[in-house]
Write a protein that binds this ligand. Structure first.
Ligand code: AMP
Length: 548
């Protein structure tokens, strides 16, 4: 029988793709390579991968002593510095799950993330202790470990330095490659943030792909400064890509201001940096105002998380000789989804054609597949014209949310996944004949300001509590620095005076972060609605957007 399976001998080894295996290489070959970290007091601390991983192993031993078992969550509430990186490496490699909390989340969202994850231990920066105060009561029975520069920690908390000193480095076990390694919460369109749990295997494949020449082009010769915090989408996967190839890393601490970043880019001879468009915008303004800086070492500035304007790409190239690399991704996609490296066909094309390509979100990374679906449910042709919602799949793309009732069921059909298991991104795109994606709109009802989400629905619900507001819609309008800012469009309640912007801010004070407050208020008689009663936000956005 020709179809009878043959007994296979000599098949390749089945080595688990784990972060522990990834770290073994850097520890063996690149232990001497530099990790430079800006600490809370502004000092630059120089260490090495070898020292960082030894501390990561001590941390793993300490966590075990505190009762953390494989699969338990350990939360961090920290900026981007060497001791956070030790946790980044040490917690997953020890078999536990690293839960990085976004320090900018509103308190109730943070509370939700902590409760959902049921974190066993929380590691907090001393400088963020007060910021963490509103949710601290949720975890009274769990140990707090505080990272401080002077060993001065709040009563009841454990000092990170003494804790590590009290433990011998613990060899990393070999976790299951399909076990969860890193958990990040992202803003949901409605309701609370959603947990995205990434497996070891996904992290390793993501790290490997991201380092490729057509992606970030990372190597042992690279020095990488991520101007995106570790708690954003797995630190954009950069710490694992760097460890995989042995690239040096520069961690900017809490400050992502332009002057501080340029200082580090120059002094550490950084070859690759990465950040959201707001960072690129601020850096450009600073460089324009302070000529004479030498960024000749900087080969790549990866910009993603929000749309990168073509004018910014042009300005960097023409005025500072820096080529920006535009990328699209989501927390749910690891984050690497697509990336716009100029293809060989355009190598000799005029600069304008190259800038236009770079302003698209680019082509899918290897192993990531894309398609776009029109409102009528059909897949759109790749003709740069037909628009549809982008759908993706790939080995590092989330298949469900952490803790969701559908977790683990491949056929989960809900708002976010299609029946055949592709992730619905909520981004409206066109796709070109060679696979270049252009994001032209967003179906999800959120505002992205400076790379952080503002939940329109949550703001609207709070504003509706104001007596003078009968109806309200929050829409995003383009903003040069922040990318987008929220505008409140209001129908005044009968018998009430129209509220002022100041009234709205007073109403929202202490209930949402400052940067969530709308910049502009527009009063209208009625809100345009669809036949099913939904506010037509796309129409409102057009009406309130300043002419470009
Ligand atoms: P997050 O999960 O917070 O990283 O947000 C992911 C979302 O950010 C995507 O679904 C897009 O709406 C938006 N986004 C990310 N990168 C880009 C980009 N290059 N251009 C336009 N929007 C982007």
């Amino acid at each position: 029988d020709a179809r009878r399976p043959i007994a296979v001998v000599g098949l390749t080894m089945d080595i688990p793709l784990t972060t522990a295996a990834l770290l073994r290489r850097v520890d063996t070959l690149f232990a001497h390579k530099a990790i430079v970290s800006r600490e809370a007091d502004g000092r630059l601390v120089r260490t090495t991968y070898g020292a960082c991983l030894a501390e990561a192993r001590r941390l793993a031993a300490a966590m075990r002593a505190l009762g953390v078992r494989p699969g338990d969550r350990v939360a961090t509430f920290c900026w981007s510095h060497a001791r956070h990186l030790q946790a980044f490496y040490g917690i997953p490699a020890s078999g536990a799950i690293l839960h990085m909390l976004n320090v900018r989340l509103p308190a109730d969202d943070l509370a939700h993330a902590i409760t959902e994850a049921d974190d066993s231990v929380v590691i907090v920066d001393a400088a963020l202790w007060e910021a963490f105060a509103p949710v601290r009561h949720l975890i009274t029975d769990r140990p707090f470990v505080v990272i401080s520069d002077d060993g001065d920690v709040p009563a009841g908390a454990i000092d990170h330095t003494s804790l590590l000193a009290a433990h011998e480095p613990h060899e990393f076990p070999e976790p299951d490659e399909r076990a969860g390694a890193v958990l990040c919460h992202t803003s949901g369109t409605t309701g609370r943030p959603k947990g995205v749990l990434t497996s070891h295997r996904a992290l390793v494949l993501h790290a490997l792909t991201q380092a490729l020449p057509d992606m970030l082009d990372l190597s042992e010769r690279s020095t990488v400064l991520a101007a995106a915090h570790l708690f954003h989408a797995n630190g954009w996967g950069l710490p694992f890509s760097c460890a995989l190839v042995g690239a040096s890393q520069v961690l900017p601490g809490a400050r992502l201001d332009a002057a501080g970043l340029v200082e580090l880019l120059e002094s550490e001879r950084v070859t690759h940096t990465a950040g959201v468009p707001t960072i690129a915008h601020d850096l450009l303004a600073w460089l324009d105002a302070h000529p004479g800086h030498d960024l000749s070492r900087l080969r790549t500035m990866l910009v993603g998380g929000a749309a990168l304007p073509e004018a910014t790409i042009r300005a960097y190239d023409e005025r500072h000789g820096v080529r920006l690399l535009h990328s699209w991704g989501m927390t749910e996609t690891g984050p690497l989804g697509t990336l716009a490296r100029v293809p060989s066909e355009l190598a000799d094309a005029p600069a304008d054609a190259q800038y236009a390509w770079q302003a698209t979100q680019g082509r899918p990374a290897p192993l990531v597949e894309i398609r776009a679906r029109a409102e009528d449910g059909t897949l759109v042709p790749w003709d740069s014209a037909a628009a549809g919602e982008l759908e993706v799949r790939g080995p590092w793309v989330a298949s469900s949310y952490f803790g969701s009732p559908v977790a683990g069921r491949p056929q989960a059909v809900n708002d976010t996944w299609t029946a055949d298991g592709w992730l619905r991104t909520g981004d409206v795109v066109t796709i070109g004949p060679t696979g270049a994606v252009s994001v032209i709109d967003r179906a999800k009802d959120l505002v992205k300001s400076g790379g952080e989400w503002i939940r329109s629905a949550a703001l609207e619900a709070l504003l509706l509590e104001h007596a003078s507001i009968a109806e309200v819609a929050i829409v995003a309008v383009p903003h040069d620095r922040w990318g987008e800012r929220p505008v409140a469009i209001i129908v005044v309640a009968p018998g009430h005076e129209a509220p002022t912007l100041h009234d709205l801010h007073a109403h929202l004070a202490d209930r949402v972060p400052r940067w969530w407050r709308p910049d502009t208020l527009t009063i209208v008689d009625t809100l345009p609605r669809t036949s099913s009663g939904k506010v037509r936000k796309a129409l409102l956005r057009q009406e309130v957007s300043p002419p470009r």
